[in-house]
Design a protein around this ligand. Sequence first.
Ligand code: THU
Ligand code: ZN
Length: 140
Amino acid sequence: MSSVCILSMDLTRYIQAARDAKEVGYQKYSDYSVGAVLVTTNGEVYKGSNIETATFDMCIHAERSAVDGALTQGISPEKFNLMVISTEDQNGEPPCGTCRQFLADFCSDEFSIYSDTGDIENPAEYSLGEIFPHAFRPEL
Ligand code: THU
Ligand code: ZN
């Protein structure tokens, strides 16, 4: 994986941050919480949580919320290093298809995504290209 210098100690901290993000947000309708953190190459952490409304198609996914948080704080996508997510199930679930396409705009195929398995020492690990090959990235 291409992540810059990730120590297992740091990864544990990021997983905990994703778990913390899962405790907030607004999951009134599904009661299914997702937390995500976008980690920069400097080790800064931007959290995101899923947020639901009564019009279900307007749900904000935790992964996109984390990217949104980083971008609105002025972080350049070039500084995006990795993402960690923690779902309600903690069974190593990767991001959904729409989040994968969203991430593909900012992150390369080598971008690492870790997902909480419940064992904080052993998250599932994916690369974006592995779970979303042939991404739509036109030169516009
Ligand atoms: N959810 C996410 O936050 N990220 C995903 O990629 C998958 C789904 C949220 C949306 C909704 O609030 C809840 O999980 C159940 O689908
Ligand atoms: Zn999603």
